[in-house]
Design a protein around this ligand. Structure first.
Ligand SMILES: [Zn+2]
Ligand SMILES: [Zn+2]
Length: 258
């Protein structure tokens, strides 16, 4: 069984075709998908969706790209995380690519997510773009290693991967690793210790080759696994088993039910 460790199937384009997506997941052996929260107004809808489907889990958090939205308090995140299907805090982090100017609010928001993750012992889902140094600094300052988590849709250097792993974090590869020009990232995927690899779609975005440019969905995570297997010269089955085991080791709120 494959697991898509990061998707946004609650986004309208995907939510309307949920029955088809679940069918395709079944066909491709994708048994679970983690539907990641990006803001609080859409969160009740996300929860309603994951409550309907055994294959789906949820997180709670506010994405760093959402500037004009309700700011989550630590208490708010802790309270929402008590829902049985919420297995992570995020996505959170920093994004200096999409937003510029005074981003103090983004760093403060990130710090509150780390505090909530430490308080709840739930892992963090971290988004970092053009901001790896500040991301790692804040992770260290706030003790993110106590919560652990995943650097999702990883596009950084091997050095950033190593620094993240030293903090107990996993590295998640998206469809970007299948793109021809992503040679540095492919090298990271090749060098990674097998017990820290996760795979994701980040759907509806970033459809992997051979679906590049089309609408993405969790069933397509198999192509990410195939690419990593090719890069490492191992079978897809080996990546399937390892990434699924890693997923349940990290997101261990599920373990009593698994
Ligand atoms: Zn992200
Ligand atoms: Zn995302």
């Amino acid at each position: 069984m494959f697991v898509d460790s990061h998707c946004h199937v609650n986004f309208p384009d995907l939510a309307v075709q949920m029955p088809d997506i679940l069918e395709r997941m079944k066909t491709n052996g994708v048994g679970r998908a983690l539907c990641v929260s990006v803001n609080l107004p859409d969160w009740p809808g996300l929860i309603a969706l994951v409550e309907q489907h055994d294959a789906l889990y949820a997180s709670v958090g506010v994405h760093p790209d959402y500037e004009d939205t309700i700011e989550p308090t630590v208490e708010d995140l802790i309270e929402r995380s008590q829902h049985p299907k919420v297995i992570a805090i995020g996505e959170t982090g920093l994004d200096y690519f999409r937003l510029t100017g005074d981003l103090t609010w983004q760093r403060e928001r990130f710090r509150r997510h780390i505090r909530a993750a430490r308080a709840t012992k739930l892992p963090l889902i971290i988004h970092t773009r053009a901001s790896s140094q500040d991301t790692l600094d804040i992770m260290r300052e706030e003790g993110a290693q106590e919560a652990r988590g995943v650097m999702h849709c990883f596009t950084e250097s091997w050095e950033v991967a190593q620094a993240s792993m030293e903090l107990g974090f996993y590295i998640s590869f998206s469809g970007i690793v299948t793109f021809k020009k992503a040679t540095e990232l492919q090298e990271v995927a090749r060098r990674m210790p097998l017990d820290r690899i996760l795979i994701e779609t980040d759907s509806p975005y970033l459809a992997p080759v051979p679906h590049r440019g089309k609408l993405n969905d969790p069933s397509k995570v198999i192509h990410v696994a195939e690419m990593i297997a090719n890069l490492r010269g191992v079978t897809v089955n080996e990546i399937e088993e390892a990434s699924t085991r890693n997923f349940f080791n990290l997101f261990n709120k599920l373990n009593d039910k698994h």
